[in-house]
Design a protein around this ligand. Structure first.
Ligand code: PMP
Length: 421
């Protein structure tokens, strides 16, 4: 048996089932939002009394909250091995971080069709006077890298933007190789690490990636905070992501209006009062992962993933894959149950077993189409983290046994497939 690696809030929560029964809730939707670590919840409770606006107040509490906020920035930078010229900008989430970056990249962006919408749509913003070129992925990583290299050689691009780990299959491309091929073509590499960082950490220096974006709520901190970390020059040359107080050095009234000198990054992009508690929570979550050891996190999830994938295969259910040569994936597994719509499977798991999974098209519509999932249908996704245990996996497999042998006790509508993060 594999117990949880770290305690999370909400573990042991008992939820009502249909028919008046109850069960311990099983959260197998960590890839959407991971329950916060208990240690993070305690940290937030301890930090809450130091409540005073950062960067502006002169009072003791304001100085304290400013120091804690800036310390959190240091922690985030250290966790991703930021280089001397890298900036850590706190954002709302990964989506916000990539939109920020989209406003700063001075040229075309090349992306793959396997991306989450957060790493597709910002590059296509009508506010960007540049192209967003989407390359169709091949069935191997090696061939996909060759296609990307050819696209970058065909026409200059400023940036290659890739996922660090697929939010549908958990597959992980070789970021070092992608950084090298981007750099060889004079482009930079940005990584959407929303799914990678919680499972494997992230290292800007070792991968050579120029930018990384991620979300606190997927890495065991509460909702509302994320980060963009990367090279200062583009960020300092860009228009502020959020114009307003804090983002300016000086505003002077002129005859024609006002003249503004913007601050340097990160303040340049963090106009308004930041999510200080969110930043502290994120930093505490990263400290917990670093102290636990990313290798232990990886081994824990690999054991659970192997149990889940093996169990699914024994039941005739094959997880989907993008690349036949991708190395070991993170704890994100998507599949279809023969004979059932994904929305029905997910509803059944919740209502009759208290198991929370995700179903639908996972904000990755081009990828789902590429995987051959019919429009209007989706997949079931089970995802694992440091709070997951072998008991959670076994509950899911047992519930699938019951579905395959006897069918559900209740009836579930066939619709679904809406796009939530
Ligand atoms: N990228 C990937 C790979 C994701 O899985 C997600 C979350 N679904 C996002 C980006 C967006 O994250 P957020 O909703 O926190 O902005």
């Amino acid at each position: 048996a594999v117990p949880p690696l770290l305690p999370t809030v909400g573990a042991g929560w008992v939820v009502p089932l249909v028919g008046g029964r109850q069960a311990r809730s099983v959260h197998l939707d960590v890839a959407a939002s991971a329950p916060a670590l208990q240690r993070v919840a305690d940290h937030v409770a301890a930090a809450l009394p130091a409540y005073a606006s950062v960067h502006r107040g002169a009072g003791y509490l304001s100085q304290l909250s400013t120091a804690l906020y800036e310390q959190a920035r240091q922690t985030v930078g250290a966790f991703v091995s930021a280089r001397a010229d890298d900036v850590v900008v706190f954002t709302r989430n990964t989506t916000d971080a990539l939109n920020l970056l989209a406003g700063a990249v001075p040229g075309d962006v090349v992306v793959l069709d396997v991306e989450h919408h957060a790493n597709l749509l910002p590059w296509r913003s009508p506010r960007r006077p540049y192209g967003a070129r989407v390359v169709r992925s091949a069935s191997t990583l090696a061939a996909t890298e060759a296609l990307l290299a050819a696209e970058l050689a065909r026409e200059p691009a400023a940036l290659l933007a890739v996922t660090g780990a697929s939010n549908v299959t958990g597959e992980v491309p070789d970021l070092r190789r992608l950084a090298d091929l981007a750099h060889a073509a004079g482009a930079r590499l940005a990584v959407d690490a929303a799914q990678l960082l919680p499972h494997r950490g992230f290292d800007l220096t070792a991968t050579g990636a120029d930018y990384v974006a991620f979300s606190g709520h997927k890495v065991y901190a509460p909702y509302g905070v994320g980060a963009l970390v990367g090279r200062r020059d583009w960020l300092d040359a860009a228009e502020p992501h959020l114009a307003g107080g804090g983002a300016v050095r000086e505003v002077t009234m002129t005859d024609g209006g006002a003249s503004t000198t913007w601050a340097r990054s990160p303040e340049r992009h963090e106009g308004g009062t930041p999510a200080v508690l969110g930043a502290l929570a994120l930093a505490e979550a990263l400290r917990a992962l670093a102290e636990t050891g990313v290798d232990r996190v990886r081994a824990h999830e690999a054991a659970l993933r192997a149990r889940l994938v093996g169990g699914l295969r024994e039941r005739g259910v094959e997880p989907v894959r993008i690349w036949s040569d991708a190395p070991d994936a993170v704890g994100v597994v998507s599949f279809a149950v023969p004979g059932w719509r994904s929305a029905q499977v997910a509803a059944y798991l919740s209502a009759e077993h208290g198991i929370g999974v995700r179903d639908g098209r996972f904000c990755a519509h081009p990828l789902l189409a590429r995987l051959g999932v019919a429009a209007g249908d989706g997949l079931v996704r089970a995802s694992l983290g440091v709070g997951s245990s072998s008991a959670d996996v076994d509950r899911l497999l047992g519930a699938l046994d019951q579905l395959l042998a006897d069918g559900p006790r209740w009836t579930y509508a066939a619709d679904g497939g809406s796009c939530r993060p």
